[in-house]
Every structure is written in structure tokens, then in C-alpha cells.
Design a protein around this ligand. Sequence first.
Ligand code: C2E
Ligand code: CA
Ligand code: CA
Length: 252
Amino acid sequence: MDLDVREIFPEAIKNEEFLVYYQPKVSLRNYSLAGAEALVRWKHGDKFIFPDQFIPVFEQGSEICELDFYMLEHVCRDIRRWIDEGRRVIKVSVNISRKHLAEDPQLLEHLMERIDKYDVPHEYLEIELTETSTEVGFEELKNIIDGLHQNDIHTSVDDFGIGYSSMNLIRELPWDVLKIDKSFLPKSASDGKQYVMFKHLISLAKDIGLDCIVEGVETIEHVKMLKENQCFLAQGYYFDRPLPVSEFETRM
Ligand code: C2E
Ligand code: CA
Ligand code: CA
């Protein structure tokens, strides 16, 4: 891309060019709305810029931290409004880059400040820790996951199975949800090694007491495979794309 996204970031965030889109998470028990993930979209002029074109770049600097807090604050504002409007509110997960852990020793306080500013009941939020950086120490990660847990805010391991998510991190920290990455979804039950790993990832999550959700669910075959393996939470295009807030409110 020819835009220098880091250069135009300060102006863009000031002008609120970043929008929160909500992608529903669906219960496969009764196909009800079980939650949502907040995903950033950048509306620059009349064009949309997608996260893969700027998140990795922002993670090289400190822009990602500013953007994640902006997203968290906008989500809290929406939840506050939904509560005040008397809607049935569901849990929304917000992505927080691990980059924060390296940059901000007071991350927990900074997250809680934003949440409490809007007086959002903690049960309506979940933090998805995305992983992109190796530079984060175990202690920093442990402090933040423990701290959120003590504040009754759920946490999920995003993209489980790829990158740097190690078994050690799963064993040692009080996570609530394991999110299985779409790259682990088999095409069908005859998809050899892929299917065996998928099946065991789900049972690992469940057997250690974590909720399990699979992302990238695109077909009815995917849905069947989840149900056959007793995983009852799904997110993906088969159900919904990430929706602008007004459409999500209709869906709610
Ligand atoms: P992610 O956290 O793994 O989010 C899921 C991505 O999968 C989203 O891409 C979503 O639109 C896409 N997706 C959902 N359902 C399907 C499906 O059925 N099939 C396929 N092929 N894809 C599906 P998106 O919105 O482009 O975001 C890409 C990544 O950018 C996210 O991956 C996340 O790592 C990052 N990201 C997005 N918003 C934020 C944010 O506010 N903060 C941070 N730190 N990272 C963010
Ligand atoms: Ca995520
Ligand atoms: Ca993911």
C-alpha cells in the first residue's frame, strides 16, 4: 500500500476515522447470540483500510496501544448506551495486543480506568490477548491475566495453536476461553491429521475447564464438526460478518 499509515495515524484517530465493527459469536445449542468480538475498521475518506494493512505496522510502534484503548473506550460507550436503552446486553470481546505488556507496566490500571469510567459491569467484557510479539515476559502476562481474573473480566487466548501460544501459558494462567484459530478448521471429518488435531484441541480446552470457541466458521460442514466434538460456540461468515454498530444492534 502506498499510504504511510503511521504518518496519518495521529490525524485519523483525532478525527475518529476508526470504527468498531461487531462480529457475533453464536451458540450452537440454540443458535442464539452468545457474544461478539469488536474488530477495528478504518474509514479513510471514502475507502476502508483493513486491519491486516495497519495492525502489523502499528505494532512496530506505540500506535497499537493508543488504538486498542480507543477501541476499548468506544466499546464501553456502546455497552453503556445499550444498558441505558434497556437492551439485552451480551459480552463483547476486545483485542488487546501483547505489545502493551512490553510498553505499559500499568496496563491493568489503565484498562480498568477506561472500563469503570463508563460504569460497565465487568461481566459484559472479555479481553482477547492477541499474540504477535516474543518480547513479552511471562511475568507481565501473568500479572495482567491474574489482575483481569480478579476483576471478573474474562480473558481469551486468541489464535490458539499458532504463533507463540505455549502449553505453559495455558497451564499457568487463569484464562477463561480458548479461541481456536481458523487455520485449524478441517474441511471435513476425513481431513486426516487436521481433523485429529482439531478434535483434540477442543477436548483439551474442555477438559481443563475452558470455554472453547472456533473462529472462521464458514460452512455447514464446519458447524457439524464443531457440534460432533461438543464445541458449542462459533464465530464466522457462516453466521455473520463483522457488522457496523447499527446493523449489530438490529441483530441484537
Ligand atoms: P483476529 O483477532 O483473529 O480476528 C478474526 C479475524 O477473522 C477478523 O479479521 C475477522 O473479520 C476474520 N473472520 C471472521 N470470520 C471469518 C470467516 O468465517 N472466515 C475468514 N476467513 N475470516 C473470518 P479482521 O477484522 O480483518 O482482523 C484481522 C486481525 O487484526 C484480527 O485477527 C486481530 O488480530 C487484528 N485486530 C482487529 N481489530 C483489532 C483491534 O482493535 N486491536 C488489535 N490489537 N488487533 C485487532
Ligand atoms: Ca481476536
Ligand atoms: Ca483469532
